[in-house]
Design a protein around this ligand. Structure first.
Ligand code: ZN
Length: 298
């Protein structure tokens, strides 16, 4: 398959997949279960989520390995399954992608705070991310995305671990929210600072995921674009989650997300998908918008 850089040149904007967590909830996963354990126990369900995103036209799909760092898996008694969970998760996405999409292995935060705020040392983080990255590469990943990061030190540790242990391209995306007209992660990292620091640390792609819907993402993309010449990756969620009749819902429809696609591209986004609450229908709508950029009108 053509690598992501060549595809980005040809297609102007690459479309990435949408949410996995909310799709797995639709497939019956409960809050008592560990989503990544389904790579072993319910691989067919994982395969169908991946396939739905391939069929919706995504150029890049991810893997069901967001919580697959050994530090995170240790909290749920699955530490010794780290290699299996990450390798199988990648193999499932690769099988669904076939020759139609690239697969980027997903690495999420460990959930640990670094010393002195928490108990984790940087060496432990590096070791854990290295183990996860090697298993994702062994499963055949075409790239890696380190996502939903709040802390720059953890994001950089993950980046370094991937760079030192694989030859894969790496996207690093953080989650920003807005307060008083300023954008920052929960740990106080600003988007422009993140872009500069992550580029300096060797990221191939920088960006943002989750957050609070498409409007916020457009602003964050603008700030990041001014700070870096790297491709910018944006996966907004479908608005903030709301609890209605005991069910979590997301209000931003595929039409709403697609209607702002042009503004997001103008703001500087090069790779666009969806986070929490987005569905294969959202991705399909984004693909149709993108195709207007590359297919000349008759
Ligand atoms: Zn999300």
């Amino acid at each position: 398959m053509t690598d992501w850089r060549t595809q980005l040149d040809e297609k102007k904007v690459l479309i990435v997949d949408g949410a996995w967590g909310t799709e797995l909830i639709n497939r019956g996963i409960t809050s008592r279960e560990v989503p990544e354990a389904w790579n072993i126990d319910r691989p067919e369900e994982i395969y169908f989520v991946a396939l739905a995103y391939v069929n919706s036209g995504a150029d890049i799909i991810l893997t069901n390995t967001f919580g697959g760092s050994p530090l995170k898996l240790a909290k749920v008694g699955l530490r010794e399954k780290t290699v299996d969970i990450n390798r199988l998760g990648t193999e499932i996405s690769k099988k669904a992608a076939s020759s139609r999409a690239l697969v980027f292995g997903s690495i999420g935060p460990t959930g640990e705070l670094l010393k002195p705020l928490g108990a984790a040392s940087e060496t432990e983080l590096l070791k854990g991310f290295a183990e996860q990255a090697k298993a994702l590469a062994a499963g055949g990943a075409d790239g890696i995305v380190i996502e939903t990061m709040m802390d720059l030190t953890e994001a950089k540790a993950a980046l370094r671990a991937v760079k030192e242990n694989t030859s894969l391209s790496v996207a690093v995306t953080m989650t920003f929210n807005e307060a008083g007209g300023k954008y920052a992660t929960l740990m106080g990292v600003r988007p422009d600072h993140a872009a500069v620091e992550l580029e300096r640390a060797g990221a191939d792609i920088v960006g943002a995921n989750c957050g609070a819907g498409i409007d916020l993402m457009i602003e964050v993309a603008r700030v990041m674009r001014r700070a870096t010449s790297l491709p910018v990756w944006c996966k907004p969620n479908a608005g903030l989650p709301e609890l209605v009749d005991g069910k979590t819902i997301y209000r931003e429809s595929p039409e709403k997300m697609a209607s702002r696609f042009g503004e997001l591209v103008e703001a500087g986004a090069n790779m666009i998908g969806g986070c929490c609450g987005s569905t294969p229908a959202h991705i399909r709508a984004l693909v149709l918008e993108r195709n207007k950029l590359v297919i000349p009108k008759p």
